[in-house]
Write a protein that binds this ligand. Structure first.
Ligand code: PLP
Length: 403
């Protein structure tokens, strides 16, 4: 099939809910992917943060192949050796005290579980989220997601959710009532524009939650697995939530969601109160074991810190050259470049030149490259982004660039 046929069939038979790019990818290796015509791209999106090890990492491929010969599926009503191995590896690296998990299939599902758990463990109903947050699009996760364009077509959503202004701990404190079960937030808002919190903010929220006896839930779907230079985003601020949501790269590219909590909280779920058919599939857990081993053995969090700092400096250099750049933000290899207008032209130009980039809202270009990216690859991305920015500036006369 050629690219036109592939696009036509997907468009005809699949729900048109994704903002599609006009390429059909068929192969990947490391940070590189190829389309059906053999054109090469550097994937600076990691497939929205999933391919943190790059594409088809040999250890993941080997683990999946070996497990496929043994047992692919095994409902969680039966015990399984790979699931056991995976959960042991996971609790070894999660922040101290977070050691009882529920396994699911996506980020949104990990949030659904956290919301139910917060209600179950506290007997209270209200959840406080922040404006600008993104937690997924199933009905519960959508209820805590901020953007009205995602929520409005589906109201009424679940009740007792409050959104408060971010980066101001007193707003959270003011919103707490006797009905409040939890504060649920991303340590760094990803979709919301790569917003790193101000110094002391998360520590203050931790203290408020302790003082008021409220659970703190961190959605680390995007900020974990070494992405920010630490294994888990919360470790940048030396705090531990009561419940943590994980997903995206934790099974090397296979679908996974993880809700991990303090033992006394997760133990409040009784048999049957939460489940999913695919929870902890052996093949996913085998890939997950390889993904955790590789993360640790290849010291990818340290590499993300080092190469992320280099990447950020290069982007800041571009900011001094291109007036359309408003701000460069981020931590580790979770970086954002805010432009003075929408980013879609720049992203399309970068795509034509062989770099895959994604947005984080209308005006922010998001860089989530695989954690294995090297300095020469970063240099290549920067050169191409520089060209794309230059062409975009030429397309729009400088008088149209707002301040
Ligand atoms: C912070 C955060 N939470 C939840 C989700 C939802 O994950 P999924 O798309 O796997 O349902 C995402 C997805 O981008 C995310 O970034």
């Amino acid at each position: 099939m050629n690219d036109k046929e592939i696009m036509e069939i997907e468009n005809r038979y699949l729900a048109n809910v994704f903002s599609k790019k006009p390429i059909a990818l068929t192969r990947g290796k490391g940070i590189t992917v190829w389309d059906v015509n053999g054109k090469e791209y550097l994937d600076c999106s990691s497939s929205y943060g999933v391919a943190a090890l790059g594409h088809c990492h040999p250890k993941i491929v080997e683990a999946i192949k070996a497990q496929a010969d043994q047992l692919i599926t095994c409902h969680s009503c039966y015990y399984n050796d790979k699931r056991t191995e995976f959960i042991q590896k996971l609790v070894k690296i999660t922040p101290k005290g977070l050691d009882k998990a529920f396994l699911s299939n996506s980020g949104a599902e990990s949030v659904e579980c956290a919301m139910k758990l917060a209600r179950k463990a506290t007997g209270k109903t209200e959840i406080i989220a922040v404006m600008g947050s993104y937690h997924g699009k199933t009905m519960g996760a959508l209820s805590v997601t901020w953007d009205k364009k995602y929520r409005d077509p589906f109201i009424p959503l679940i009740p007792d959710i409050k959104h408060v202004a971010p980066d101001n701990a007193s707003k959270i404190e003011e919103a707490i009532t006797e009905k409040t079960a939890a504060v649920l937030m991303e340590p760094i808002r990803g979709e919301g524009g790569i917003r790193v919190p101000p110094d002391g903010y998360l520590q203050e929220i931790r203290e408020i939650c302790n003082k008021r006896n409220i659970l703190l839930v961190f959605d680390e779907v995007q900020t974990s697995y070494g992405r920010t230079g630490k294994l888990f985003g919360c470790e940048n601020w030396g705090i531990t939530p009561d419940i943590m949501c994980l997903a995206k790269p934790f099974a090397g590219g296979l679908p996974i969601g993880i809700t991990i909590a303090k033992e006394n909280l997760m133990s409040t779920f009784k048999i049957g109160e939460h489940s999913t058919t695919f929870s902890g599939s052996p093949i996913v857990c085998a890939a997950g074991c390889a993904a955790i081993d590789t993360l640790i053995e290849e010291k990818l969090a340290d590499k993300a810190a080092l190469n992320g700092a280099y990447f950020k400096t290069q982007l800041e250099d571009l900011a001094s050259k291109h007036r359309i750049i408003k701000e460069v933000r981020g931590l580790g290899l979770m970086l954002g470049v805010e432009l003075r207008y929408d980013v879609y032209g720049v992203i399309a130009k970068a795509l034509n030149k062989g770099i895959l980039l994604i947005d984080a809202g209308r005006t922010v270009v998001r860089f989530l490259p695989p954690l294995i990216i090297t300095k020469p690859q970063i240099d290549r991305v920067i050169r191409t982004f520089d060209e794309a920015l230059g062409e975009e500036e030429n397309d729009r006369t400088s008088s149209t660039i707002p301040n």
